[in-house]
Design a protein around this ligand. Sequence first.
Ligand SMILES: Nc1ncnc2c1ncn2[C@@H]1O[C@H](COP(=O)(O)OP(=O)(O)O)[C@@H](O)[C@H]1O
Ligand SMILES: [Mg+2]
Length: 228
Amino acid sequence: MSKGIFVTGTGTDVGKTFVTALITRKLWKHGLNAGYYKPVLSGAQRKNGKLIPGDADYVCKISGLEKDPNSLVSYIYETAVSPHLASKIEQKPIEMQKIISDFEKIKEGFDYITVEGSGGIVCPLRIDDQTIMLSDVIKALSLDVILVAPAALGTINSTVLTVEYAKQNEISIKGIIFNCYERDNFLHKDNKRQIAYITGIPIIACVDSNANDMEIDAEILEKLYREI
Ligand SMILES: Nc1ncnc2c1ncn2[C@@H]1O[C@H](COP(=O)(O)OP(=O)(O)O)[C@@H](O)[C@H]1O
Ligand SMILES: [Mg+2]
């Protein structure tokens, strides 16, 4: 039986991939068979005619995961826009059933799977004759969530809104990871305190800029994953 968790962020470019790579590496170093999966990636670079899923590629490189990055992503789009629009432009609609069956295959290969979302928690994957939101995928894969949030100004608003949206959608956030945290910065320290107070969700780790490790025990991290 595999275990999994879903990594979302307060928005795009907040460090979901950066943090996921550190998490995956930590679990590997702890001797666990840790893997990665990303349902949908847009804005992929093309190299020698082939689309490279940058996020999966980065996680593999940092964590030491020896897999073809393309095998860890279900839908890869070149257009750097929201998945619902990229899939429409590239005429490759997203099917929930493919995500579910690809995830089943991924589960066969790993014991601990960290699933990275696209954008923030409100992310449409498809809006045409049917609507698929990222939150539908989180629920369909039965995953709880880790939320990556920047430590800087503005994070109280975006983090609390993300937590409220998750609650509304009956998605459980197990912990928040603060990214680009400056330990001596009074604003960052206060953001951490106030977010924990307002949301009631623990800040489980603070990641420094250019960090190559996270200050959290692998045992604690491991316990956040739930059987799927
Ligand atoms: N703690 C960090 N230190 C240095 N660079 C970071 C850190 N977190 C994120 N970045 C950089 O910021 C950019 C966006 O991060 P990324 O993890 O790709 O965001 P997301 O996956 O949320 O879109 C990348 O270039 C990444 O290397
Ligand atoms: Mg990413």
